[in-house]
Ligand binder design. Structure first.
Ligand SMILES: [Zn+2]
Length: 170
């Protein structure tokens, strides 16, 4: 009975890959600069998304652009958004990240979808990678349906995202 239970547990774990944190170091203290080209409406939505991560004390903004900030800007390179990492790989297989920028598609006009996507990118920028856990923000399959951005029912952190953030903020 005991071995059957552990088999079921290991099967559960093998089918659901939960949160992954970056293998390396990210400086959480870099401020975010929101490009002046971003509309006032989207700016407010970005601030809403940031306030969801705020309890983890990782994010703050600055009004001006500098080389030492994480820039959030418009880009149509993806239907959704993306996070660019610049850095290098150490010989011990760990990343050192020295520059991060976030692109967000300007055509996303649905509040929940926009919040979920920018939240996803913000979590990338603090070091969370993709997760297979359904309905987690870091599950990348929930945003695009038939080539269009879908509405998202719950633009909030999932327990899996929270577990990842807690590991990062340790
Ligand atoms: Zn992603």
């Amino acid at each position: 009975m005991f071995s059957l239970l552990s088999l079921i547990i290991s099967l559960l774990y093998s089918t659901t890959k939960s949160f992954v944190v970056i293998n390396g170091d990210i400086n959480h203290q870099k401020p975010y600069y929101i490009s002046s080209k971003i509309s006032d409406k989207h700016k407010l939505w970005i601030m809403d998304a940031m306030s969801i991560v705020e309890p983890f004390n990782m994010l703050y903004t600055q009004e001006y652009f500098s080389n030492d900030c994480i820039r959030i800007h418009y880009s149509t390179l993806r239907y959704t958004g993306f996070t660019d990492f610049n850095g290098y790989l150490l010989s011990n297989n760990k990343w050192v990240i020295d520059k991060i920028s976030i692109g967000i598609n300007p055509n996303i006009d649905v509040y929940n979808a926009f919040i979920s996507i920018i939240l996803h990118e913000l979590l990338h920028s603090v070091g969370l990678m993709h997760s297979d856990v359904q309905n987690s923000i870091m599950n990348m399959s929930i945003y695009v349906v038939n080539g269009a951005v879908s509405d998202v029912e719950y633009p909030f952190l999932h327990q899996d995202d929270i577990a990842g953030l807690l590991e990062l903020s340790e």
